[in-house]
Ligand binder design. Sequence first.
Ligand code: RFL
Ligand code: PHB
Length: 389
Amino acid sequence: MRVQIAIIGAGPAGLLLGQLLARAGIDAIVIEQRSPDHVLGRIRAGVLEQVAVDLLDEAGVGARMHAEGLVHEGFELGFNGGRQRIDLAGLTGGKRVMVYGQTELTRDLMDARAAAGLPTVYGAQDVSIHDFGGERPRVRYLKDGVWQEIVCDFIAGCDGYHGVCRASVPQGALSIYERVYPFGWLGLLSDTPPVSEELIYSSHPRGFALCSMRSRSRSRYYVQCSLDDKVAQWSDAMFWDELRRRLDPRAAASLVTGPSIEKSIAPLRSFVAEPLRFGRLFLAGDAAHIVPPTGAKGLNLAASDVRYLSRALVEFYAGSSSGIDHYSENCLRRIWKAERFSWWMTTLLHRFPGTSGFDQKLQEAELDYLVHSTAAQAALAENYAGLPF
Ligand code: RFL
Ligand code: PHB
């Protein structure tokens, strides 16, 4: 089989790229190792920047997001028993974010792909990529016991942090920058109304907590936990008790609890692999970089890579290789700013085991500075709402 672009991975990055290319008349196949249900079962991101919303509109998949998503003009920081609102819209000249689950966005992209009859292979086993240093890259995989081979012009590695694409780059061609944090997030999803209209990021001596949502009747909460913790050790009752203790009294009193629909633990990591292009292989999304979820940037960065890549490929087929030649450096400029912001927000709000009194005092001073300085709030708001391209 021959296609222009072989996209590895049917997460948000791969599906969105496929959609944008299809609208530009470029043919692509998406190859995913898991089943559609498995992909939709992963509960992840919830907050989209305006630039990601615009890109989904451009891809023609924004209708349900605009109908069902929640537009937020601010969020709150909780600490010392109170809360400080960050007025995103007021501080950024009207920027907002969209609260819409990654699961729903992925479903919209899957449905659009199926409706347009675009080729997607789910359940592809032993995917491998070859010859991307030359003009005729190939992708091989096993499907229903039969080996398949695809010859293409380019491979888009959208296969996440554990994927095969980054791992296939020759040793020594990649520079890896990494920080692993000494804690994780335990997340719980429940069909209960959110505790507040806006998200609450709470810093507490017992650890960080986040109150987020998927709709007016579905909540997503997180508590900072130990990396040694296992989900099975955390009953729903224990989770709700711990969350309540980390919120201010007003939020704690209005927290509505209920049975969990999903509970999972995610480790926190900052990671960048440079560059993002090797010959005719491009890395995009979590395949190239990871941020801790505190700044809500992972999915947004994946969308920003895809924006650069789709435009670069359209340009290439129109006769210019300038976009693909600058793909890596363009992406990395945004990636490192999001890495910086996510690291900063994580450091500001979490308890680090064994932290010194000095570090603790710095954290308190930074929060106090945020309360009293509009300039500090504006910098936070500008980054959270999303930097321009
Ligand atoms: P994905 O979603 O991991 O998709 C990669 C796909 O590739 C498939 N795959 C393969 N396919 C074929 N062959 C192989 N060898 C393959 N290996 C893997 C996988 O099965 C999968 O389907 O990467 P993508 O598309 O780059 O998307 C990235 C986002 O998923 C991720 O950055 C966000 O979820 C991060 N994130 C958040 N981002 C935000 O922008 N806002 C948020 O509020 C936010 N909250 C979060 C988050 C991530 C979290 N976790 C669990 C890490 C909250 C959490 C808790
Ligand atoms: C979520 O709703 O899952 C979510 C929201 C904001 C974050 C991280 C996760 O910063």
